[in-house]
Design a protein around this ligand. Sequence first.
Ligand SMILES: Cc1cc2nc3c(=O)[nH]c(=O)nc-3n(C[C@H](O)[C@H](O)[C@H](O)COP(=O)(O)O)c2cc1C
Length: 139
Amino acid sequence: MLSVIYISVADPLIGEQDIAALLVQARRNNQRDALTGALIFNGHNFLQLLEGPADKVDACLAVIRSDPRHSGMVEIRRREIAERAFAEWTMLYDPQFRGHDDALSRLAGSGRLDPQDTLMMENFIALGRRTRPSGALGD
Ligand SMILES: Cc1cc2nc3c(=O)[nH]c(=O)nc-3n(C[C@H](O)[C@H](O)[C@H](O)COP(=O)(O)O)c2cc1C
């Protein structure tokens, strides 16, 4: 089995309702193709982990790549896995990802999420949260 993580730039007009519609579509297809994973939206970018049979993962990534709801897709990790981390989720999504009690935090805490994958997700979430004091740059 294959696990791939990518990041991309979300269309600036995308909102929670668009993401809800995207998830309905993604979960239906992923169920059919034995794909599981997680999607995170940090307010600007997507990070997605997609896992399953290698041919299905790559076919799905090719479709996702040409989706106009985002751009600039870059894979940041690709590896063979023996077991799924997100076996229960056709696509885990939590619009908060801020509390300590969300599904991703619980999964990371349970030790079932690979430490490197956990770091990538945590750092990605932190990037979206960061606010710069005005005037801090450029003067
Ligand atoms: C950030 C992002 C993540 C997506 N994730 C998935 C996914 O996990 N599985 C999937 O089938 N489609 C996903 N899609 C949607 C696909 O790009 C595509 O629209 C969809 O698979 C087409 O489905 P259909 O042929 O059933 O209409 C994603 C799109 C975006 C923008």
